[in-house]
Design a protein around this ligand. Sequence first.
Ligand code: ADP
Length: 166
Amino acid sequence: MLRGGEVLGRAGMGLERTFVAVKPDGVQRRLVGELVRRFERRGLTLVGMKLVQASEELLREHYGALRERPFYRQLLKYMSSGPVVAMVWQGLDVVKTVRTMIGETNPADSRPGTIRGDFYGSLSSSCRNVIHGSDSVESARQEIALWFRPEELVCWEDAAEHWIYS
Ligand code: ADP
């Protein structure tokens, strides 16, 4: 079913999957329900979700591309400071849709109505910005494989699919 980050919906359209994580500040601020609600209201389909205390090894792999950046150590410290809620969402063009819903990396640059724009956090010293979403179909595929075992992802019949996609 998973093919290069893509799955085929019943309507035969190319559906994508993306990896989303509510970061430790989002969990501590009790934002999990609000964030899940936003993705559900957008018509996206939840196919995996779990509360995880991420290991340093997992975070090093996840943020490997940023290891030369000055904030890297702080980022690992922040991401291991408490549990994160790891999720996989599915939908048409879902990688781009979720990135648009999240906003810019720096909450201060994010428009009101986006997640980071609405739930402001101070990025500069703390790296805190509430949520992560994969930035491409390829990184979504890698991140889903890193955070989830195949049997943790559930394919279920979406009774509302033809109302949203047809
Ligand atoms: P995004 O999460 O928007 O895809 P990046 O992949 O560039 O952004 O960075 C990953 C994470 O590293 C950010 O979400 C944020 O937590 C942290 N980060 C990025 N840039 C900075 C910075 N200039 N200062 C502090 N933390 C940063």
